[in-house]
Design a protein around this ligand. Sequence first.
Ligand code: TEU
Length: 556
Amino acid sequence: MKTADFRKSTVYQIYPKSFYDSNGDGLGDLRGIIGKLDYIKELGVDYIWMTPFFVSPQNDNGYDVEDYYNIDPRYGTMEDVEELIREADKRGIRLMFDMVFNHVSSHHIWFRKALEGDPYYKDFFFFRKGKENGEPPTNWESKFGGNAWKYVEKFDEYYLHLFDVSQPDLNWDNENVRKEVQKVVRFWMEKGVKGFRFDVVNLISKERFEDDHQGDGRRFYTDGPNIHKYLKELHEMTFGNDTEIVTVGEMSSTSIDNCYQYAGEDTKELSMVFSFHHLKVDFMGNEKWVLVPADFQKLKRILFEWQTKMAEHHAWNAVFWCNHDQPRVVSRFGNEGTYWKESAKMLATIIHMLRGTPYIYQGEEIGMTNAGFTDISQYRDVESLNHFRILQEKGLTESDAYRILQIHSRDNSRTPMQWDETKHAGFVAGGSEAEPWISVNPNYVSINAAQQLEDEDSIFHYYKQLIRIRKDLDVVAYGSIVPLAEEHPSIFAYERAYKDEHMLVVNNFYGKETQWKTDIDLTGYECILGNYDNHSAPENGEWNLKPYESMIWYKQ
Ligand code: TEU
């Protein structure tokens, strides 16, 4: 059996609802993905991670699963999934499914039985009495706003929902829950799925149900007491004996010490982890519903710390800027105007040459930008809708609440994929009058895949080269990493080394020229990729970098 070398691989994330609508109902679907496989192959990626398309009331766009074994008819059928797996395989692409096991939808049969009072299923969840004064069992906050407990009159009890009220948390301390979860994973393995992303999987072991007087409760359930035990068990009972399978855990507010274990070479838990600390540098602590300029020094410190420490501990990172929960990176840390293309390429270089498996979120490879919605009727995301209300309840004006949403809303990255310059960016199959489920970004006329496929200098082609370099040069996949210019106000640079290979990655993170003095000897190095035709080179140890300039230097 072939061992999957995920260190040489790149993953492409698809949000099916917004990828391609093949049947013209305004919603993306599985056949839409099949239709676009050649585009994905052209990019050169190895895996497609698909966010959930299982039966779901879609309160959280599929992260509220009603039935893990069946496909939501809005997305297609089981035959479509089987065909997708086969067609992807023909093109050397493997599928990674997104398994949401911290919670289910309140429509799931387990929860419905629990609500009927069936004790076997009640213990699949966390039902607890309120406090004596009638308040919820703890003061924990739901990630989507409000208290994390919902009162059920019939039992005079509350159930825990760390996310939406329609997403009750599963009780992993109950062995029967763990067995059900294992069954689901095995079911999809048998269908030929070669990868799994486990949603907020570090939240599954709840510690104590106590009030949190210093926070929102997350310390009582993040990286909880039995987390490693549960992951090792899942590994052993499911994917652990199939070396072809790659797994990634989404780790919410995790600590690096725990990640050494989650993603250690020999720890028998997961292949790699997503951590999010570097994507909170424009938050206030954990609070995202504020406007705070991005702290570049902090961004570097965090990314470098995770790079070097995970390497020291033989553990593996997933590396990324974007996903369906994050705003578009070119809008966030780059430039939507004059330097749109240069900044998108620079940001891509930083991530793709790091030690870790890079993830590209659909549309990132063509430099798609934030949604720019100006009216609440355009928003779809449950979190954005809740916080729009909560912000105003806290006293913010409507226009201030809009400004925050325009920066931080998850809908920023959920607008339809921009395929070409025809109506609705070519997202809805030709001939249909249907409106897309969420508005297309009007800039599709200038930002679209068709145009970038034609243009050798496009962001798309640049991503393609980065993916190629990871395959061709072992230093990218296996090399050590040394941070450089750590204190520099605008340079993001690092060195990689492996056997006789050396790589120097230099980036100007900002839109102004910048100087960098360094004694690195570039004898024998060649600039193998950059985002300007005439890239800069050091003179007497001093670099003069152009706005958002990015370069990869290599010697062997
Ligand atoms: O997200 C988990 C998570 O904690 C986030 O990144 C979340 O979007 C953020 O806290 C909101 O501020 C995962 C999924 O990626 C997300 O889409 C789901 O909504 C969530 O789990 C619940 O399943």
